[in-house]
Unconditional design. Structure first.
Length: 255
C-alpha cells in the first residue's frame, strides 16, 4: 500500500509504508531518487505505482532543518538569477529545492530556446556544497510551479489540485461555441485553457442531438434553411433562410 505525498506542486507522488499508515496532513520523510525529502500526506492508503518509501514521520528537527534549507534554496535562486543576468543567459529560474541532507540541489528553470546551463553547475556546487541538477519545465509546468490566477478569478487548477495536463485542442472551444480569440481561451501559461476539457463531454452529448453546422434542415412547419449557428446549452439552432432572415428554432421544432 502507498500514500500520496505532496511537495511543492499539487502533483502527488506515491510512497510505500510499513506498519500503520501515516495520518492525513502529516509531514513525512520519504526516500526519493535524489535522497531524503519532506512532504505532506494528502491521501489515505491506496494501491498506486510507488516511487519510493516513507522513512518516518517528520520530527521537529526534520521540519526545522527543512525550513533552513528552504531559506538556503532561496539564496541559491537569487544568486543564480543574478548570475544569469550577468552572463546574458535567457532563462527564467522558477525555484530551487534541497534534499533533507542538503547534498542535492534541484534547479527548475524555463527557457524559450535551448540554453546551456552546465557552466553554472560547478559554480553552484562549490558555493552551496551540493550536487546540482537542472530541470527544464514547460509553460504549463511553470504556471503550476509558480501558481497563477485563472480567468475565473480563483487560483488556477494546475497550481491547486490538477494531477496532469489533458490534451486540449481548438475543437473543444469550437464545440462550446466560444470565440476563437487566443486571449479569451488561453490561460496565464499561454496555452489553451485546461478547463475546456472539463465540460466537453456534456457538450458532445448536447451537440449529438442537434444537426451539424451548415446542414440544410426544415422545421415541422415546413420552413427550411441552413444551420448557421448551434446553441447546445439552449438546445436551439439558428437557421439562415433563403430570404436572408435568421430564425432560431428548438430541436423539438425540427422535422
Amino acid at each position: 500500500m502507498t500514500v500520496g505525498v505532496r511537495f511543492r506542486t499539487p502533483v502527488l507522488r506515491y510512497f510505500r509504508f510499513q506498519g500503520e499508515p501515516p495520518p492525513l496532513e502529516a509531514f513525512v520523510v520519504v526516500r526519493t531518487s535524489r535522497g531524503l525529502e519532506v512532504g505532506k500526506v494528502r491521501t489515505p492508503p491506496r494501491v498506486e505505482k510507488e516511487v519510493g518509501e516513507v522513512v518516518r514521520l517528520a520530527t521537529k528537527e526534520d521540519l526545522d532543518k527543512a525550513a533552513r534549507l528552504r531559506v538556503r534554496a532561496e539564496e541559491a535562486l537569487f544568486y543564480l538569477r543574478a548570475r544569469l543576468r550577468e552572463e546574458g543567459v535567457e532563462a527564467k529560474i522558477l525555484g530551487c529545492d534541497f534534499t533533507l541532507d542538503g547534498r542535492h540541489l534541484s534547479v527548475h528553470y524555463r527557457a524559450e530556446e535551448r540554453v546551456n546551463l552546465r557552466r553554472f553547475t560547478r559554480e553552484l556546487s562549490q558555493r552551496f556544497d551540493a550536487r546540482v541538477e537542472f530541470l527544464a519545465e514547460g509553460p504549463r509546468e511553470e504556471a503550476q510551479y509558480l501558481g497563477t490566477l485563472g480567468a475565473c478569478g480563483m487560483e488556477s487548477c494546475c497550481s491547486t489540485w490538477l494531477q496532469g495536463f489533458a490534451q486540449v485542442s481548438i475543437k473543444l472551444a469550437r464545440d462550446q461555441q466560444l470565440p476563437l480569440n487566443p486571449e479569451k481561451i488561453s490561460g496565464p501559461c499561454g496555452r489553451l485553457l485546461c478547463c475546456l476539457a472539463y465540460e466537453h463531454p456534456v457538450y458532445q452529448e448536447l451537440l449529438a442531438e442537434l444537426p451539424r453546422k451548415n446542414a440544410r434542415v426544415c422545421t415541422k412547419e415546413g420552413v427550411c434553411g441552413k444551420v448557421q449557428k448551434l446553441n447546445p446549452l439552449k438546445g436551439t439552432v439558428e437557421l439562415l433562410l433563403e430570404e436572408g432572415k435568421v430564425l432560431e428554432v428548438s430541436k423539438e421544432e425540427l422535422a
